[in-house]
Design a protein around this ligand. Structure first.
Ligand SMILES: [Mg+2]
Length: 239
């Protein structure tokens, strides 16, 4: 029986073209820092630190710690200065990226329905962002005030997708078995890798990301609207 539903955010509950969004994000971020660093260099440093964070497999280091230990030596600011600048970017500039997403009322309708039915809810978005950036995207999606049990962000998570340890950390926190969890996402690797653990999977196809190299098959797939109907039927056919 399914007890918890884990939702990806970008391209799942918040429809978007991830490539377009990522491009615009980097334009905005590097633009905000252009008085201090040439945009191409700054982008390179962010990527380098993000890659380190995605690869790191130490269970005692948060993603934020890994990011900073790679990033800070590459730049001329202290960690304190940098964190203040990032905070200001995420409060003042990041909200402009709203227009590169296509929110749908279906997100709130679906998550609220599952909350009413008593499922534990996890916002399982790749924790490469600070809470401020994730809260903003949740607001755009219309789901920020729903009863989430866990929201994964870089301050708290110790691993990133598609590392299976990222998902194990969530299951441990929920104290449930893999087969009691359903992962809902739009990426055939990052989200469907959960099937390796024995979790149930639903692939949302509205903004599908499939690089053609995924060995994983979802238990079910369809649009977010199809998923809503499946949720109404208590996931009949999936468990
Ligand atoms: Mg996604």
């Amino acid at each position: 029986m399914i007890k918890a539903v884990l939702f990806d955010l970008d391209g799942t509950l918040l429809p978007m073209e991830t490539d377009v969004f990522t491009n615009e994000y980097f334009k905005l971020l590097t633009g905000d820092f252009k008085d201090h660093y040439p945009p191409e260099d700054f982008k390179k440093y962010i990527w380098q630190a993000t890659t380190a964070m995605i690869k790191d497999n130490r269970k005692e280091a948060t993603n934020e710690q890994v990011f900073m230990e790679t990033f800070i030596p590459l730049i001329n600011h202290t960690q304190e200065e940098m964190m203040a600048m990032f905070d200001s970017f995420y409060s003042n500039k990041f909200p402009k990226l709203h227009r590169f997403t296509s929110p749908t009322p279906l997100a709130r309708k679906t998550v609220s329905l599952l909350a009413e039915k008593g499922y534990k809810l996890v916002l399982a978005t790749n924790p490469i962002f600070p809470m401020a950036a994730t809260k903003a995207r949740m607001r755009w999606a219309g789901i920020d005030d729903l009863p989430w049990e866990i929201i994964t962000t870089y301050e708290h998570s110790h691993f990133c997708k598609p590392n299976i340890n990222y998902y194990t950390e969530i299951l441990d926190q929920l104290q449930i078995e893999p087969h009691e969890a359903l992962m809902v996402g739009n990426d055939t690797i990052e989200d469907l890798v959960t099937s390796k653990l024995g979790m149930k999977t639903y692939l949302v196809t509205d903004c599908l990301i499939d690089r053609g190299d995924s060995p994983f098959k979802p238990d079910a797939s369809g649009t977010l609207e199809d998923f809503y109907h499946l949720a109404k039927n208590n996931f009949k056919g999936i468990h």
